[in-house]
Design a protein around this ligand. Sequence first.
Ligand SMILES: NC(=O)c1ccc[n+]([C@@H]2O[C@H](COP(=O)([O-])OP(=O)(O)OC[C@H]3O[C@@H](n4cnc5c(N)ncnc54)[C@H](OP(=O)(O)O)[C@@H]3O)[C@@H](O)[C@H]2O)c1
Length: 299
Amino acid sequence: MRLLLLGAEGQLGRHLSPRLSAIGELISSGRAGGDKPCDLASAKQLSTLLNTVQPKVVINAAAWTAVDAAEDQPRAARLLNTELPDQLAGWCQRHDALLVHYSTDYVFDGHPGRAWREDDATAPASVYGRTKLDGELAIRASGARALILRTAWLYSACPGNFLSAILARAAQGESLRVVSDQYGSPTWAGSLAAVTGDLLQRVDGWHDDDPRAMVLHAVDRGQMSWHEFAVMAVQTAAQYGVIEQPVEVAAIDSGQWPQKAKRPSWSVLDLGALETLLGRALATTQQALTACIKQWNRQ
Ligand SMILES: NC(=O)c1ccc[n+]([C@@H]2O[C@H](COP(=O)([O-])OP(=O)(O)OC[C@H]3O[C@@H](n4cnc5c(N)ncnc54)[C@H](OP(=O)(O)O)[C@@H]3O)[C@@H](O)[C@H]2O)c1
């Protein structure tokens, strides 16, 4: 089975590569690296890539992920988050290939009084959330066989995410101020890559009556505020020697940390459907964080 990984140099893409290589013949693509570099903003380049590689599975880990910048550059965000998955789904539908795509907890806003389920009503409050939701809708409308994994608060040892940013400051002995009124499901990119691999191993076992496009929530098991996650991260990093000692983590309100894009105050995702499909419990936030921190100095 030939698999094409897009966004191979992103934090999720880097964790996916070894998992996907174990499943089949992997062709990776980054903006300027991988086996077949491609600027995914160019429909023509993407078309050439797909027609040359002829994958049976396309895994799309590429996206516009700069949530605040999307408010000022909605056209660029839409190109990657809506038009790219639309083009991928169209190609997969015509070539009977499977599309694996990632979406976000930011498709939700409000509070249902429990974790969000896959079929709850969406109401994105940001340009990023809107463009990601429109990407989901385009895939579902295409008739392609697709797996849409909604994830949240992704972190890894790669630079450019919440965990690496706070640990870089904590390593300098700086205290932290972190918002305590937004709740979600922090997720290690390594956990999501493992889940993706497990799901792909089961593709043949999916029932004929499964919908062509399946939406699943895929996060680590836990619900907490950014502040609670920062405290857990600092303590775990100190325990494993990534920082010398824990630093102070002050809790603040969102109002004290102004951001251009509105974030949901509650975006905890329900894992029931995914755990039933996989037949196993997902890693807890602490288990996944510990696994990530243990790899820290090796990345
Ligand atoms: N990060 C989160 O907290 C989070 C939360 C929920 C959902 N998600 C979703 O999870 C998925 C993976 O996210 P991630 O955190 O791994 O993102 P990431 O680290 O930002 O990786 C995205 C990748 O897409 C690539 N890309 C962007 N524009 C491109 C273009 N025109 N041509 C080629 N490549 C391009 C980026 O390359 P460059 O670096 O060269 O731009 C980068 O390697 C995305 O679908 C995202 O929406 C992420």
